[in-house]
Design a protein around this ligand. Structure first.
Ligand SMILES: C[S@@+](CC[C@H](N)C(=O)[O-])C[C@H]1O[C@@H](n2cnc3c(N)ncnc32)[C@H](O)[C@@H]1O
Length: 391
């Protein structure tokens, strides 16, 4: 179900400047409002979860993500096909025969994979019931959304080695948003779901504070700076790895999350929480009418490898080279197809765009105790293989 038009893609690099702290109600004193609030104020993590995955939430709409924005997997002509080809190359190289597209939208990438390689065992997982028109051979698992991972990913027993790919999932796993107040205390940001107005609530609890001390130390930040506390993303990632470990009679497995992210040296001071609606970046308002996303602290996940998409796709044969010009005279149709494919490849490799996304990779042996799903040592900044901006 690839969109026939090109949606602006959610490059995730629009930093959250220009919004500031939007406070439509009362004067903020750094700890709360002066005067009683007239509507509910809730922590961002709760409002975000409800806005995306609650009844009537953004991701429960029939159109799914493709109705609002493009990703590497859908919405850019031919890009989904190029990505599927590269993922298939990875699977063949690694000897994997079972593919799970986790957080797959309406199954755009998994459909391409099935089309290119009908011999693969394919499953899509997302928060809606099986989309109409999905080929019968593709399995489907419905999930609750956010950090929740189903116990059973639908991998057929004995289906061989498994690749689980989660493209742009972790950035939509809600997390606590904190802001440094005038006394250098990291406080939970509260939001009014219907307006997006914000105020500061209590200091972070000990668990979140410990995560921050380790990965995003508040002590080095200035008043007004923000932290998107990545702990729920780390836990969601570990839950996905654990679910793969539980798959019965499976071969070796690769678990891959692809997202825009930052590492310790590149943490964004202003925070990255933002909204997308109809292909446009909009101020984040958790009213269910828009996507809500924030970059991932990718070095906190616990992976075996971090590599930017540009480097990873180049390894898999995606080059973005133009077709030989002489073809335009001898085989014009082939030449035009080559041009279109080259354009799609360039979009996936682009600096300042999809090429800067990070592939976070965990490798699992064929058999082993469930505790193989424990955290790998988080790859530090030196672990990020990059030919681009993240270096
Ligand atoms: C940004 S979209 C990406 C969709 C698709 N992977 C792509 O690249 O086009 C995020 C998707 O993650 C799904 N999602 C979020 N949490 C999930 C979960 N716990 N289990 C399954 N799907 C989830 C959403 O419903 C949404 O379809």
């Amino acid at each position: 179900m690839t969109s026939s038009t090109t949606q602006p893609f959610r490059d995730g690099y629009g930093v959250r400047d220009g919004y500031g702290v939007r406070d439509g109600h009362g004067v903020r004193d750094g700890h709360g409002v002066q005067g009683p609030p007239t509507r509910a104020w809730v922590p961002w993590s709760d409002a975000w979860q409800e806005a995306l995955y609650g009844e009537g939430g953004f991701y429960r709409s029939a159109a799914g993500p493709a109705g609002s924005f493009a990703t590497s997997a859908q919405g850019i002509p031919l890009a989904g096909e190029v990505l599927a080809g590269a993922v298939l190359t990875l699977m063949r190289r690694e000897g994997l025969s079972s593919f799970v597209d986790f957080a797959c939208g309406r199954g755009e990438l998994v459909t391409q994979m099935h089309r290119l390689a009908p011999d693969l065992s394919c499953v899509g997982v997302d928060v809606v019931p099986r989309p109409p028109g999905l080929p019968d051979q593709i399995g489907w698992v419905q999930s609750k959304g956010g950090a929740a991972v189903p116990d059973d990913l639908g991998v057929s027993p004995g289906a061989g080695g498994v690749l689980v790919l989660a493209n742009e999932w972790l950035d939509v796993v809600p997390c606590t948003v904190a802001e440094i107040d005038d006394h250098s205390v990291a406080r939970i940001v509260l939001v009014q779901p219907d307006t997006g107005a914000e105020l500061l609530g209590d200091p972070l609890d000990d668990t979140d504070l410990q995560w921050c001390q380790r990965y995003w130390p508040p002590g080095r930040m200035s008043p007004g700076n923000r932290i998107e506390v990545g702990r729920p993303r780390d836990e969601a990632w570990r839950a996905l790895v654990a679910a793969v470990c539980r798959a019965p009679e499976r071969g070796r497995a690769l678990v891959v999350a692809v997202d825009y992210g930052h590492t310790a040296p590149t943490r964004p001071a202003g925070g990255t929480l933002t909204g997308f609606r109809d292909g446009l970046q909009v101020p984040p308002t958790p009213d269910g009418s828009s996507d809500l996303t924030a970059h991932v602290a990718i070095d906190a996940l616990g992976t075996d490898e971090l590599v930017d998409q540009r480097t990873q796709l180049q390894r898999l044969g995606v080059r973005g080279t133009l077709p030989v010009h002489a073809l335009s005279r001898t085989q014009p149709a082939t030449y035009l197809q080559g041009l279109a494919r080259s354009g799609a490849e360039c979009a996936l490799l682009a600096r300042g765009g999809l090429g800067d996304f990070v592939w976070a990779i965990r490798r699992l042996p064929a058999t082993g105790p469930a505790d193989a799903a424990g955290p790998a040592s988080p790859a530090g900044p030196a672990g990020l293989v990059s030919s681009g901006l993240h270096g």
